[in-house]
Write a protein that binds this ligand. Structure first.
Ligand code: GLN
Length: 474
């Protein structure tokens, strides 16, 4: 078997047994990127020299007695996560040549664990989108069908994992951006609880929902990455002190007595027949391993798209204000200050970023604030409360991740249609809950994901259910 196809679990066992080296593993991934990324275009930057140096270091550390699941494991990171000395563009022209002076906390943690950074992956500009078509630099293709999108906004990361260019990738999820592309590309994508993993060094989109997380070939691999990147960070006051479970132990427990809620608002007419059937089959498989199901109702679900898009645009309009042509990246005009702002911003931002800046500025402006932003925050509280209450009665919720399989490139030109992609993923984001997308089969040869949403800080139940599900599917 080619080394780049291994899971983290398999590779780490081989590394520990001295059957392979990290340099070999890293070379296998770099070769795969060279072989296939001309077609897929998942990577924006590949840092071959740095990666091989890190791999060599990991091999030396191992020879000197260092151990760890991620020691010597090659990965890719979404290009809105800061990497010291390596370009971070957020998929935007405004940051085309930006090199961050420090690493994001999640990158730092992975470095300390000895993981090897291969490069950076494509995304919708500033993570705004659900197809990766909004990137200023390239169009990423779905490895399972090159005429289709990989989903988004972490589409580059999902495509890279699906095409075995790396052993895992980091994504960010603000309103579904890990889970949506995971579903479209047939990989596992975990959005941790808000506050579980540090946001320090992520290019902020919606600070109240942004979370970094793993995209992997298996649930067990997602668990291994989470174990390393989770935890409180003095640079991010929203990280929680909450204890980090020993996931390794917990996921292997059987599922007897576990109760899952099926929110009826997620099983509606717009869900494709093929997707519905696969979700129903998955439910039957879970039942066979001891899981019980109950139907529940989350009536506020219908507000999650409008609420999410008001809040997200509002926060975006504020977060993107820092790109002013002075502090970072692109700077056009040497005339007066206003001209620098205007020219740099109008040339630097793409159409979707501009749309959100305008929507958000409107929703936050005097006279409209109460009607839009404040109202959306009130409804958000309702959504959160409703989900928390439902999760008092069940261990987690199960839904489709997306109502359909990956769509054709250019098929969704209308922004509102694109926003509707997020119908099943924004609820957990607004409520700050952990959620995972796991592949559950193929509809017309394209992957379908099922979503599990858990209680705050209970990533363990999602991993445990997912791990047991993948064990029986093998
Ligand atoms: N599709 C969502 C949006 O466009 C996803 C964003 C995200 O999670 N980064 O806002």
């Amino acid at each position: 078997m080619k080394l780049n196809k291994l899971t983290i679990k398999e590779a780490s066992q081989k590394l520990a047994a001295n059957e392979i080296t990290s340099v070999e593993l890293t070379n296998a991934c770099l070769d795969r990127i060279k072989e296939i990324d001309g077609e897929i275009k998942a990577c924006l930057i590949v840092c071959e020299k740095e990666a091989l140096a890190e791999a060599k270091k990991a091999d030396e550390q191992r020879a000197n007695g260092k151990i760890g699941d991620l020691l010597g494991i090659p990965y890719l990171a979404k290009d809105n996560i800061l990497t010291k000395g390596i370009k971070t563009t957020a998929g935007s022209k405004i940051l085309e040549n930006y090199i961050a002076p420090y690493d994001a906390t999640v990158i730092k943690k992975l470095k300390q664990a000895g993981a090897v950074l291969l490069g950076k992956t494509n995304l919708d500009e500033f993570a705004h989108g659900a197809s990766t078509e909004n990137s200023a630099f390239s169009l990423t293709h779905n490895p399972l069908d090159l005429t289709r999108v990989p989903g988004g906004s972490s589409g580059g990361s999902a495509a890279a994992v699906a095409a075995d260019m790396c052993l895992f990738a980091l994504g960010t999820d603000t309103g579904g951006s890990i889970r949506h592309p995971a579903s479209f590309c047939g990989v596992t994508g975990l959005k941790p609880t808000y506050g579980r993993c540090s946001r320090f060094g992520l290019i902020a989109m919606t600070s109240s929902t942004d979370v970094p997380g793993p995209m992997t070939k298996s649930v067990e691999d997602a668990m291994m990455v989470l174990q390393v990147i989770a935890g409180v960070d003095k640079n991010d006051a929203t990280t929680a002190k909450e204890k980090i479970d020993n996931y390794q132990k917990l996921i292997k427990k059987d599922l007897n007595g576990i109760k899952i809620g099926l929110p009826k608002e997620y099983f509606i007419k717009g869900v494709d027949k093929g997707v519905k059937q696969l979700i129903e089959q998955a439910i039957e498989e879970f039942k066979k391993i001891g899981v019980k199901f109950v139907e529940i109702s989350l009536p506020y679900t219908k507000y999650s798209i409008p609420v999410y898009y008001i809040i997200t645009s509002s926060e975006i309009s504020s977060n993107l204000a820092r790109f002013d042509g002075i502090k970072y990246g692109l700077s056009i005009s040497k005339n007066d200050l206003m001209d620098v702002y205007l020219k740099s911003r109008s040339n630097g931002f793409g159409p979707e970023a501009k749309r959100r800046i305008m929507l958000g500025t409107y929703a936050l402006s005097a006279g409209y604030y109460d009607a839009y932003y404040l109202q959306a925050q009130k409804v958000r509280t309702k959504i959160k409360k409703e989900m928390d209450e439902a999760l008092e009665k069940v261990d987690c919720l199960l839904t489709p991740t997306v109502p359909h399989v990956a769509f054709k490139i250019n098929a969704k030109q209308d922004p509102l249609k694109m926003y509707l992609e997020d119908i099943f993923v924004t609820g957990a984001s607004l409520a700050g809950l952990p959620a995972i997308s796991i592949p559950c089969g193929f509809d017309h040869k394209l992957p379908v994901g099922l979503q599990l949403i858990g209680k705050r800080f209970d990533e363990a139940i999602l991993l445990r259910l997912g791990y047991n599900f993948q064990k029986i599917k093998k």
